[in-house]
Design a binder for this molecule. Structure first.
Ligand SMILES: [Zn+2]
Length: 414
């Protein structure tokens, strides 16, 4: 079939995604391709080969991030960087991250097909350890180049079996040189599945991502007294679990009053955690998200104050620690407009939206103007084998990526 002059090759793109889906395949069609495993190496080798075959100049940096460069008319200009990650969750899907990398490869292949030259060079990238499923935290490859994380810490991070990141990177042969990190980036663009249901619920195809919402993490400790369940009268107990249950109910009630606020107590540990002892202590987490830093901060402060002074806690000791805080990242208005125009040109419906999840784009935004494009996730699910996006939506997403990249790579300045 002949390729239309300004279109990507949808069939080739889907075949490429299916080829990737064979590496680390799970019984129900999902993928297990944890960072720096043999499966990750196999995928990297194949991606390396594909980049070579497309005439890209391939390089690997000291963190295992892989880049493929297509020269421009003026190679002194800073490149447009596009990509995502090829690693997955232990029971992940075949599109999360992968679409962004293989979509970027399709952009290069289509540019080659049509003989399109751009002013600026274009580089495609596969970032190491976006998922953080084997080595915590997530987004290490992009985080270190953006100076969010320390390289030595990254190299010494261990997986559950005690293997370090550094050892495993060397073992699979993907420890490159620090010289190969991107020096100067004109802008970064990432295509990704939405992983939520906003596009689907609104019947839109292209998500124009305005940024990544910030979050605050609290750790709450409740201390009472451990005693025998059979011998301690009810009125003499200092039951930490009972008080924790009341506290959590209160936390959710307070959160409900703030529009667009998301809150979750995702982790609770009771101590000593046995059936015939009253729990003397609990520790639980609170994850608070909202796109507006001011609203989120104000809520977090109010929550800390009101939790500490709840009257039902009289005989308990409570302490609240703030264990992590990430501000909202706001993406480039210029890129947003260009992406919106690209969607419009093809008659695809679009919606401006904030990303609920973190992505490599979050850290790249600290190095260069950044943008993201989302496509719908069927039923809004991801990080599971059921994760699915239709080939029609994939085609449209990569088409918008293609058009946006051409515009950006011909842009002289901001
Ligand atoms: Zn991802």
């Amino acid at each position: 079939m002949k390729q239309q002059a300004d279109r990507i090759h949808s069939g080739r793109l889907m075949a490429t995604i299916e080829k990737s889906a064979e590496i680390g395949m799970l019984p129900n069609g999902g993928l297990c391709r944890l960072t720096l495993t043999d499966e990750d190496k196999e995928m990297r080798d194949l991606f390396f080969q594909w980049m070579n075959e497309s005439g890209l100049e391939v390089r690997i940096d000291d963190l295992g991030n892989m880049y493929g460069r297509r020269g421009g008319k003026n190679n002194r200009l800073a490149p447009v960087l596009i990509g995502s990650h090829l690693d997955t969750q232990p029971k992940g899907g075949k599109f999360d991250g992968i679409l962004g990398v293989l979509g970027a490869l399709e952009v290069i292949r289509s540019l080659n097909d049509h003989g399109i030259e751009t002013e600026r060079p274009i580089e495609i990238v596969n970032f190491t350890n976006e998922e953080g499923a084997r080595f915590e935290p997530s987004m290490l490859g992009s985080g270190v180049i953006a100076h969010v994380f320390n390289k030595q810490l990254m190299m010494n991070t261990k997986d559950q079996n005690g293997f370090t990141f550094g050892e495993e990177l060397a073992r699979i042969g993907y420890q490159g040189s620090i010289e190969n990190r991107p020096k100067d980036i004109f802008c970064y663009l990432e295509l990704h599945i939405e992983q939520g249901a906003i596009l689907e619920d609104n019947h839109k195809t292209i998500g124009i991502v305005t940024g990544i919402q910030g979050m605050n993490w609290l750790e709450v400790s409740v201390n009472g007294k451990t005693s025998h369940t059979g011998t301690t009268p009810m009125h003499k107990r200092k039951d930490a679990v009972l008080h924790t249950a009341k506290l959590i109910t209160k936390i959710y009630e307070l959160a409900e009053k703030v529009p667009d606020l998301l809150i979750a107590v995702g982790r609770i540990n009771a101590s000593p955690n046995v059936i015939n002892s009253i729990a003397g202590a609990t520790v639980f987490s609170v994850d608070i998200r909202h796109p507006d830093d001011f609203v989120r901060e104000r809520f977090t402060t109010m929550l800390k104050e009101s939790l500490a002074t709840m009257t039902f806690l009289e005989e308990m000791e409570i302490s609240i620690k703030e264990i992590n805080k990430e501000e909202t990242e706001v993406f480039s208005e210029d890129i947003l407009k260009i992406t919106e125009e690209a969607a419009k040109k093809h008659g695809y419906s679009s919606l401006k939206m904030m990303s609920g999840a973190g992505h490599d784009a979050k850290y790249l935004n600290r190095l260069a103007p950044t943008g993201m494009i989302f496509i719908p996730s069927v039923n809004g699910v991801s990080h599971c084998e059921e994760e699915y996006s239709t080939s029609d939506d994939i085609d449209k997403g990569v088409q918008v990526l293609f058009d946006t990249v051409i515009r950006l790579a011909n842009k002289k300045e901001w």
